[in-house]
Design a protein around this ligand. Structure first.
Ligand SMILES: Cc1ncc(COP(=O)(O)O)c(C=O)c1O
Length: 400
């Protein structure tokens, strides 16, 4: 063979853009990253709220929505709240995160994960991802904690800062579940509470078990860009009845039940999801199975059209998982990492509203001084990942 034949074909942005287009339904001028899709009983349920005057914090749709979310998450209880950040905040408080604690969280996440930790007065401690899941790497974390932390009186202490490490927040990136078994085993050994940031992963499964049921408490988001939306909204899921009751209490201003008196026994939060939002959510959840199936089809199309395109690979679900494929993504090969912004420009100019992944948390000035482990995988993913148009509308229109 000649030297010429050995050379790998070069990355070519035009080929990548053509492959993305080919996966999408033909004839669309613009493909947004993730636009909500309302093709069910949304108008009917919203009208019911208006007709009944139950638009706010009381109403039957909230209970119905909570029941449906608990069923999907495979938990006994769900508590609906105003957004995913609020769900994370209260879940962290409920596992005992306090001011001055450190909480382990991925550097590769949306800022809300770290913000919820900060709302508790705690300090995020950033950890690395693994390539197969994009989420926290349990093995790398185990080695790191062996170096920097020690158990003192049933408490894990960061030897470098002297602070308690109270909890860990695995985040199921773009719907791909974290490898939870080794992570939960590590947490149990070290006495760490686990709160899943399941905000992106409604409908995903890890070894057959739904995300949201893989830790004591989990948080979902129903923001407008999620697989189903309530406009803005979130939920806390748990199997623990006492925790669910406490979550409900804290998220409804900690008011004691009474016919007329206003007695509040804690500084609670006005985090309850309004009935209007829950009504939208109920209509959306009736379409979830269809959205999930359509998103699998769209992911399969990206897998097929990107296969063999030089310089890129499709980010697939981990072998042990069934992902909801909330956001599809491609990764540039290491040699093509410098092409990311050019590709993003090319895509957006062509009506494909692709996006980079979030800026890693330790690069934000607000979190630059937080403790962190070496983050080579997260940094490499940040440099090379491009999110692809993935909304349920596009997915439903895409053929098998
Ligand atoms: C990883 C992650 N965590 C937390 C959130 C917060 O959810 P919300 O926007 O509903 O507050 C989101 C979504 O926006 C998210 O993607």
């Amino acid at each position: 063979m000649t030297a010429q034949a050995h050379r790998k074909p070069a990355f070519d942005a035009a080929r990548v853009i053509a492959a993305i287009r080919e996966a999408l339904p033909s004839g669309i001028a613009q493909a947004p990253l993730h636009r909500p899709h309302f093709a069910g009983r949304e108008w009917d349920y919203l009208k019911e709220c208006l007709d009944s005057s139950y638009v706010s914090s009381v109403g039957p749709f909230v209970t119905r929505f909570e029941r449906a979310i608990a069923d999907i998450a495979g938990t006994r209880h769900a508590v609906a709240v105003v957004n995913g950040t609020a769900a994370l905040h209260v879940a962290l408080l409920l596992v005992g995160v306090s001011a001055g604690d450190e909480v382990l969280a991925p550097a590769l996440t949306f800022v809300a994960t770290a913000n919820a930790i900060s709302y508790c007065g705690a300090i995020p401690h950033f950890v690395d991802s693994e390539p197969a899941t994009l989420g926290i790497d349990p093995q790398a974390l185990r080695h790191y904690l062996r170096d920097i932390a020690e158990r003192r009186d049933e408490t894990l202490v960061n030897r470098r800062t002297g602070r308690r490490i109270a909890a860990i927040v695995p985040m199921h990136t773009f719907g791909h579940p974290v490898d939870m078994d080794p992570l939960n085993a590590l947490a149990a050994e070290l006495g760490l509470a686990v709160v899943e940031d399941a905000t992106e992963s409604l409908g995903s499964r890890y070894k057959g078990r739904p995300t949201g049921s893989l830790s004591r408490l989990a948080a979902f988001s129903f923001n407008g860009n999620k697989i189903v939306t309530t406009g803005g909204g979130g939920a806390i899921t748990t199997d623990d009845r006492a925790l669910a009751e406490r979550a409900k209490h804290l998220t409804t201003t900690a008011k004691l039940p009474h016919a007329w008196a206003f007695i509040h026994d804690a500084v609670g939060f006005n985090y309850r999801m309004p009935n209007l939002n829950a009504a939208l959510g109920c209509a959306q959840l009736e379409q979830l199975d269809g959205f999930l199936a359509a998103k699998r089809r769209l992911a399969a199309r990206y897998r097929r059209t990107l296969a063999g395109v030089p310089g890129v690979s499709f980010v697939d679900e981990p072998a042990f998982a069934r992902s909801n494929h909330w956001l599809n993504a491609l990764l540039l090969d290491a040699e093509a990492a410098g092409e990311r912004d050019g590709l993003l420009h090319g895509c957006n100019e062509n009506g494909l509203l692709c996006r980079p992944v979030w800026t890693l948390m330790h690069r934000l000035a607000i979190y630059a001084d937080c403790p962190r482990m070496p983050l080579p995988v997260a940094e490499s993913i940040e440099a090379r990942l491009v999110n692809l148009p993935s909304g349920p509308g596009l997915a439903l229109a895409a053929e098998g």
